[in-house]
Design a binder for this molecule. Structure first.
Ligand code: SF4
Length: 448
């Protein structure tokens, strides 16, 4: 989820330059007596708006003049020489995202409970975050300055929510007039400048599926390899989405989409040598169909969008199993605990963990948790909350609880409903570990 990628800092929006948040000891930045709270205003006379500008203006430069506004209000001009590639040792404030001006009928903000924390309502539409984190933009309100910046600073790849190449359908989905929904010239300009584009379709039953989807895939594939891939992910509805224009995604719908897109993929593979159009994992899981093989995903171009994440996890789990085999002397009998995850992924994880138990004697159980906070068909682990965990307390077995790391904010041990992991642990009276797969192996291999 994007909300973990940035912290809104609205009060900083109008301040000039970029603020330093940390200076590494014995670094170039420390030698220049830069401190957290100082702002870099210009580099070699060029304005700095954020750390991407700083990175761009300093790249390859060995002789630099920095204009700095010190935290105490003094203005410094620093002249320095640095070795080629020498790092400044500076960490900067996070980027304040630009907001979108769309009114998408499926916008995730419409699916939030009214009391959800403010960061969940950020409607980001920011080409910088697209480049840095793979966030999607619709390009509908991109400015000329931003267009030029993408090209000049090579902010490539860009991730673009296309949804449909049929203009009427795209405008309808985005809730804006056709004129603004039409991004064909902007897209062409980026592609001509050599900017790599990954496209996304949020698939809404009855709106951009069927023939509209077929046309969208082929229109985008006509630009391959400049458009590298299109990710097709299903509409997600929470209990708060009450828009009558939206229809929930069903297993049958998913099966039909798989059948349709598989045929298209075969043709594209023959013509282009790539599947190009990749379906989100959720579509296979909801359909009850097997997740495709590794080769299906190429180099996993849109894995962060949940496209190939399950296949990648299964592959990584096999490596973890090998590592355990090598380092645990085949015995994990003392490892007894409960692994919580989302309902959709739980059957996949349970199969893997059951095999691990059979092989090494561990007693780990996988328990799916319903999402009580958002409700609806929200079933991914990343949107589970502390209260969801506590509601499943009777199912806890063993001496510890494991939850996926993505349930926590990226920079804090806090969950979407504001509960801290320590509170959950206290309430369950057991250690609760939020882990990734690598940490899972480490935990199992730890001596008791
Ligand atoms: S582009 Fe659409 S889905 Fe994304 S934040 Fe804006 S309104 Fe919401």
């Amino acid at each position: 989820m994007y909300e973990f990628a940035v912290t809104p800092a609205v009060t900083n929006i109008r301040r000039r330059g970029v603020e330093i948040s940390d200076v590494a000891a014995e670094s170039l930045g420390a030698d220049m007596e830069l401190q957290a709270g100082d702002r870099i205003i210009k580099v070699n006379g060029r304005t700095v708006r954020d750390y991407l500008d700083f990175r761009f203006h300093t790249a390859g430069e060995t002789e630099l003049v920095l204009e700095v506004r010190k935290q105490n209000g003094e203005d410094w001009e620093l002249e320095l020489e640095r070795g080629e590639g020498e790092d400044f040792g500076l960490t900067f404030e996070q980027i304040v995202p630009r907001q979108c001006a769309n009114a998408c009928i499926f916008c995730f903000c419409n699916g939030n409970p009214a009391d959800a924390r403010p960061s969940l309502f950020i409607k980001d539409e920011d080409i910088r975050l697209s480049f840095l984190y793979g966030n999607y933009t619709t390009l509908t309100s991109i400015t000329e300055d931003e267009m030029r910046r993408i090209v000049e600073q090579r902010l490539s790849p860009q991730y673009v929510s296309v949804h449909a190449t049929d203009l009427d359908v795209r405008a309808y989905l985005l809730g804006i007039e056709k004129e603004r929904a039409d991004i064909s010239s902007k897209l062409a300009r980026l592609l001509e400048a050599g900017i790599e584009v990954h496209a996304q379709v949020v698939l809404c039953p009855g709106i951009n599926d069927g023939e509209v989807l077929r046309k969208t895939i082929y229109d985008l594939a006509a630009e391959y390899p400049r458009i590298t891939s299109v990710a097709i992910v299903p509409l997600g509805l929470t209990r708060y989405n009450t828009d009558a224009r939206l229809t929930a995604v069903t297993p049958e719908f998913c099966r039909n989409v798989i059948d349709q897109v598989t045929t298209i993929q075969q043709k594209l593979r023959a013509d282009l040598g790539t599947n190009f159009a990749l379906l989100g994992d959720e579509i296979y899981l909801r359909a009850g169909r097997a997740i495709p093989a590794t080769s299906h995903y190429g180099d996993y171009p849109q894995i962060e969008d949940g496209v190939g994440m399950v296949r990648s996890f299964v592959n990584e789990f096999a490596k973890v199993t090998k590592r355990i085999e090598r380092d645990a002397n085949g015995n994990l009998q003392s490892k007894r605990g409960t692994i919580f995850t989302g309902t959709l992924f739980a059957p996949v994880l349970r199969r893997l963990v059951d095999k691990l138990n059979d092989r090494f004697g561990s007693q780990l159980i996988v328990e799916p948790i319903e999402n009580g906070y958002f409700g609806g068909d929200v079933s991914v682990a990343g949107l589970l909350t502390g209260r969801d965990l506590l509601s499943a307390r009777e199912r806890v077995k063993g001496e510890f609880v494991l939850i996926p790391r993505q349930m926590l904010k990226s920079d804090d041990e806090i969950m979407l409903d504001g509960m801290r992991i320590g509170e959950v642990a206290e309430s369950l009276r057991l250690p609760v570990h939020a882990i990734n797969l690598d940490q899972f192996a480490g935990l199992l291999l730890q001596k008791n």
